[in-house]
Design a protein. Structure first.
Length: 310
């Protein structure tokens, strides 16, 4: 193994395949074909005279020699990445946050002042998009999402519990009454990616009930429509909270149930230990704990219904 070094791209392919446990997933991350990844790994094994992977169908795992090589490469690859992409200011760190506009506006932004004051050297870049962007290796980037746990190569944890609530303007609430079974389908606004079935079941609505009001793909815009008395919006308590506190929205029904999805913190294992990542995730978990107290207090006033899964 002495003398000429293997190509850098071969080492990148090895690192990606090691982390993801799959040549196909490494190929997807690096925009290559699985065959190209396999060839890069074979070249590295020929160069090192070592068997680096155990093949088991589509899955691969490191041999002892492969694990030892990965451990030796982790530091140099990280240093090389930092050398090629240096920060503008040695004391300034940048952290990218991928999230939904509704989460950013209604839950994250109202809390960010405390983080900025505690960590003035960390610059945040907040990207609001529906697509969950896969971060590059060793990049300070995390995601805050409302969804389901996904890729095994990522750290994915539940930040806090949430509730499904039906909200509308005070004027429309007085007109419709609080019994959801009597609401016309045209009065129910629709969120295009929200599964309303659990709440409708908890409210005793007919199994074939389908909202026929205006439909939106953004939770925050949906709530704005409800504020304007355009209908009843079914949404998450965390997104509706500020409007409920201000009184521009009220509970259209006392029926409350748990959300079928989780509010998630997602990040790559190879970047979770970066100082800026640790600072933000520790702060984020504390904010989630504080919010959980609000949820618990809300539950005392409005006990939520547990809907049995089929």
């Amino acid at each position: 193994m002495h003398g000429k070094l293997p190509p850098l791209f071969t080492l990148q392919a090895f690192e990606a395949a090691s982390r993801l446990g799959s040549f196909s997933r490494a190929a997807e991350e690096l925009s290559l074909t699985p065959g190209a990844i396999s060839r890069q790994i074979r070249q590295l094994e020929d160069w090192s005279a070592l068997t680096l992977f155990k093949r088991n169908g589509p899955k691969v795992s490191l041999t002892d020699d492969g694990a030892a090589l990965l451990a030796r490469l982790a530091g140099p690859l990280s240093a090389l990445h930092q050398a090629i992409y240096p920060p503008d200011d040695a004391t300034q760190k940048t952290l990218h946050i991928s999230t939904l506009a509704s989460i950013a506006k209604e839950w994250l932004l109202p809390r960010l002042d405390s983080f900025a004051q505690a960590h003035p050297h960390i610059r945040l870049i907040i990207d609001t998009d529906y697509a969950l962007v896969r971060a590059a290796p060793r990049v300070a980037m995390l995601a805050i999402r409302h969804g389901t746990r996904q890729s095994a190569d990522q750290i994915c944890e539940t930040l806090f519990n949430d509730r499904l609530v039906a909200v509308t303007s005070p004027a429309l609430a007085a007109t419709l009454g609080s019994d959801a079974r009597l609401w016309p389908a045209s009065a129910m606004l629709q969120h295009l990616s929200l599964d309303a079935g659990s709440w409708q079941t908890a409210a005793g609505m007919a199994a074939d009930f389908s909202p026929q009001g205006q439909a939106y793909n953004d939770a925050d815009v949906l709530l704005e429509a409800a504020e304007l008395s355009q209908g009843v919006a079914l949404g998450r308590l965390s997104i509706a909270w500020r409007r409920l506190q201000a009184g521009s929205l009220v509970l259209a029904s006392e029926v409350v149930c748990a959300t079928p999805r989780d509010n998630l913190l997602i990040m790559r294992e190879d970047s979770a230990g970066l100082p800026e990542m640790r600072a933000f995730t520790n702060w984020l978990r504390e904010q989630a704990r504080l919010w959980q107290r609000e949820v618990d207090a809300f539950d005392q006033r409005h006990p939520f219904v547990q809907v049995k899964e089929d």
